[in-house]
Ligand binder design. Structure first.
Ligand SMILES: [Zn+2]
Ligand SMILES: [Zn+2]
Length: 308
């Protein structure tokens, strides 16, 4: 490999096709960390003194996010930011146990507080049971689990009194979500994709995605180069969804046309910004069962639980 385009000193180990740069290990790692830092400041994701709860699954993306935020916070101790890892135990035998251990060890190594909450303790049912009970229902495992997970992360973040929930969604995730909403005709949701956070729960928490301008495969490469341990086994309940098709579609396009994902992301962000600004301020309803903020009379979690 040729010499690093950035520092002109070290031998490169990564070719960034969309920018034409050859990068050495140090310059590659730094590029990811500074991209995350720039994204955070560009969209005012984290303010001075905020306590940030990171949703950590044990996969490469979320552990990398935890590592990067820890590093950025340590570099600026006067900002007074705090970090907590929150992990949700869905109750999936043989799958979740390994990642819980990885998260526990990694947090101990980095000296980060960690909090684990289970579906069982919150909803009185775990995923293994839910999968048996829902057998005849028309509800996909991932959408059911996603509904529960978002609520569980909110509650975990409230428990540790966080101001911010950070998740490791990357540019690829964002593009897929955009197209899924577009194909479903769900224009309002496209407005919600815009990366600038809004306060959303009773406690005024915000959700942020600091990796939203980074390619998925660069985060994977980052985790590898940083020797971040992660669980690679996939969830046994994962269903092949349209998301998988879109991931492959965009990766194929990117292979032949480097930078096309980034261009698509930029267009998408502009569209979502316009839609966000034209949205009327939401009038939060309260769920008649659990009393949490909800768009309808009954929230999606209570609705799912009533079906089970
Ligand atoms: Zn370099
Ligand atoms: Zn409810």
């Amino acid at each position: 490999m040729p010499c690093c385009t950035k520092c002109q000193k070290e031998e490169s180990l990564y070719y960034r096709a969309y920018s034409g740069e050859y990068l050495c290990k140090k310059c590659f790692l730094r590029s990811i960390e500074s991209k995350a830092a720039k994204t955070i400041s560009k969209y005012s994701m984290i303010e001075y003194g905020d306590k940030v709860a990171v949703g950590v699954s044990g996969g490469k993306d979320s552990l990398s996010l935890l590592y990067v935020l820890k590093m950025l916070f340590d570099q600026h101790p006067n900002n007074g930011n705090e970090l907590v890892a929150v992990t949700i135990d869905e109750g999936i035998k043989g799958y979740r146990d390994e990642s819980l251990q990885i998260v526990k060890d990694f947090c101990a190594q980095l000296n980060i507080e960690s909090k684990v909450l289970s579906y069982q303790s919150l909803f009185g049912i775990d995923m293994d049971q839910a999968m048996v009970q829902r057998s005849s229902q028309k509800i996909s495992s991932c959408s059911m689990c996603g509904t529960f997970r978002r609520r569980a992360i909110d509650i975990a973040a409230e428990t540790v009194e966080a101001d911010i929930v950070a998740t490791a969604h990357n540019m690829d995730d964002q593009l897929q979500t955009f197209i899924i909403n577009l194909l479903a005709g769900d224009v309002e949701r496209i407005g919600w994709i815009y990366p600038e956070p809004v306060q959303y729960t009773q406690t005024g928490m915000k959700k942020v995605k600091p990796f939203v301008e980074i390619y998925e495969y660069e985060i994977a490469f980052y985790a590898l180069q940083r020797d971040i341990p992660f669980q690679s086994e996939e969830c046994p309940y994962m269903n092949e969804s349209i998301r998988t098709d879109l991931r492959e579609f965009f990766n194929r396009l990117e292979r032949d046309h480097p930078g096309i994902k980034y261009n698509a992301y930029r267009s998408m962000t502009k569209i979502s910004k316009v839609l966000r600004s034209s949205m009327p301020p939401s009038q939060p309803n309260k769920c008649s069962i659990c009393a949490r903020v909800s768009t309808g009379d009954v929230c999606s979690v209570c609705r799912t639980l009533s079906i089970l």
